[in-house]
Ligand binder design. Structure first.
Ligand code: HEC
Ligand code: HEC
Length: 354
């Protein structure tokens, strides 16, 4: 009997084995098909190790301005075709390495605080929404409300020397002034007169509904800025002391209270599209609130003063975020410094329509 059944038992075992193998294979196949169609990819170890930039993921971090039609500097490789190429090149060098020539140990003259123009006018004044010079040649000379005077390019350059670089003005007919003006005129040579091209200057950051908050800003600073600009805001000098690796944000060597960046909207707009270093208008790294709050913190710290008594001779023309009275609109210095700014804008619009 036993001998009779043995082949059947063997066959049965074989068949069961085959069946199990086939179902396993089918299961694996179905699994693979589902995985591929659902667009999956295997997590690799490397991907997990790199920190993800928040930039593209969420609504708040979306690029602020589309790139199309933005001003671009002329091609630097064509500069030698210009009759004043030497001036233009020296001008660019002075913008990029101002301190080497005109800083506290400057080899041409000692007349400014050690910062470079490029610290605030990024990539020698060519970066889109990096406070670039795209609109300089086309819009100067013009009457500026801050001085109440007609200002040409040399006067405007000296404004930044005396305020942003907390220094002295440069002689109008000096080789250095001629060079910087030549560079700015070359940058703007393809812009039609009167036009401010898209992407020039500083980004206009939308106002918050509340006042900017220096206490929240201190936390933003600790997380996002301190690693380079240092806890004490003094930045980091280059070892050879010709300038800064990371420029100061407050204190004796920073811009003074008459500078553009001392206005909250200029600081917040500049930072939103450029800081922390590596951020751009397409990939900002701060939310609007973070940008306003960090501006409030940095601009609450001590910095050099300046006699501003001759500024804004027509006080009704003071920008809404100029923090020094008197004002014609009835708002306090505090609100003109930190906001909320919308009520000031509305009140002024009403005043104007009366
Ligand atoms: C601490 C930052 C800072 C530094 C450093 C600085 N600037 Fe400026 N500059 C500004 C700000 C802010 C504005 C105003 C931008 C605005 O209101 O849109 C400005 C405006 C200008 C403008 C007018 C731009 C326009 O389109 O109207 C010129 C020209 C200029 N700066 C030249 C210079 C030069 C030259 C240097 C170096 C000697 C320099 N700046 C250094 C912050 C700075
Ligand atoms: C990775 C380093 C780094 C970080 C982080 C960083 N910055 Fe900067 N920042 C720089 C450098 C470098 C410059 C000068 C750029 C140049 O000269 O090309 C600069 C320039 C500036 C300037 C203009 C120059 C000045 O000193 O006034 C401001 C304002 C500024 N940063 C604010 C901030 C704020 C606010 C944060 C945080 C939200 C921040 N930065 C984070 C490196 C950094």
């Amino acid at each position: 009997m036993k001998d009779f059944f043995q082949p059947f038992v063997k066959l049965l075992t074989l068949m069961v084995g085959l069946l199990v193998t086939i179902s396993l294979l089918t299961a694996v196949l179905i699994g693979v098909v589902i995985f591929v169609f659902s667009g999956g990819s295997l997590p690799s170890l490397q991907e997990q190790a790199t920190p993800q930039l928040a930039a593209v993921e969420t609504e708040t971090y979306r690029g602020v301005v589309p790139k199309e039609g933005m001003w671009k500097a002329p091609d630097w490789s064509t500069v030698d075709q210009e009759p004043n190429a030497e001036d233009i090149k020296y001008g660019r060098e002075l913008i990029a390495n101002t301190s080497t020539y005109l800083g506290p140990n400057g080899k041409v003259k000692k007349m400014s605080n050690g910062m470079n123009c490029q610290n605030c006018h990024l990539s020698a004044g060519t970066a889109p929404l990096g406070n670039n010079y795209g609109a300089v040649a086309s819009t100067y000379p013009k009457v500026r409300a801050r001085s109440g005077q007609m200002e040409d390019i040399p006067k405007r350059i000296n404004d930044c020397f005396e305020r942003s670089l907390n220094g002295k003005p440069l002689e109008r007919n000096s080789k250095e002034m001629i060079a910087m003006v030549a560079y700015m005129e070359w940058l703007g040579k393809d812009v039609s007169k009167g036009e401010s091209p898209k992407g020039s200057g500083i980004y206009e950051l939308p106002f918050l509904d509340r006042a900017a908050d220096p206490i929240k800003g201190k936390a933003v600073y600790a997380q996002q800025c301190q690693s380079c600009h240092m806890e004490d805001g003094q930045g980091m000098m280059k070892p050879d002391k010709t300038g800064y690796t990371y420029p100061p944000l407050w204190g004796d060597n920073s811009y003074n209270q008459g500078a553009g960046l001392f206005r909250m909207s200029r600081f917040a707009g500049y930072v939103k599209t450029n800081m922390p270093l590596g951020a751009t208008f397409e990939r900002p790294m701060l939310t609007d609130e973070e940008a306003w709050d960090v501006a409030a913190y940095v601009n609450s710290m001590p910095r050099p003063g300046k006699d501003l008594s001759k500024d804004w001779p027509d006080i009704s023309k003071k920008p809404i975020d100029h923090p020094f009275g008197p004002f014609t609109d009835g708002f306090t210095e505090e609100q003109h410094k930190f906001g909320p700014f919308k009520p000031i804008v509305e009140a002024r619009a009403q005043q104007a329509s009366k």
